[in-house]
Design a binder for this molecule. Structure first.
Ligand code: ZN
Length: 85
């Protein structure tokens, strides 16, 4: 059984998809049993999808390259801070 920290690391690095099936199952099983990790993973997935939406929207707007980069940077920082929680 893996520790929460390892599970959280795997999830936050988006590594589950690249891992062997058995480890992915282990992560999934852990998320089913551990409320904290489940909540974290859910939050992270939500933030990542929000980030994608925002990035797509930004691409469509007339923002300057500098402004886009600044927004993307701060969003990535926010996700990073959450992963250290
Ligand atoms: Zn856990």
């Amino acid at each position: 059984m893996r520790h929460c920290k390892q599970i959280v690391d795997l999830v936050s690095q988006g590594m589950e998809s690249k891992l062997p099936w058995s480890i992915r199952m282990e992560v999934k099983m852990h998320l089913l049993m551990c409320k904290n990790c489940y909540r974290y993973a859910k939050q992270l997935k939500f933030m990542q999808s929000e980030l994608k939406t925002i990035e797509n929207n930004i691409a469509d707007t007339a923002l300057t390259e500098t402004a886009k980069k600044r927004i993307q940077q701060s969003l990535k920082l926010a996700i990073h801070e959450t992963s250290n929680d």
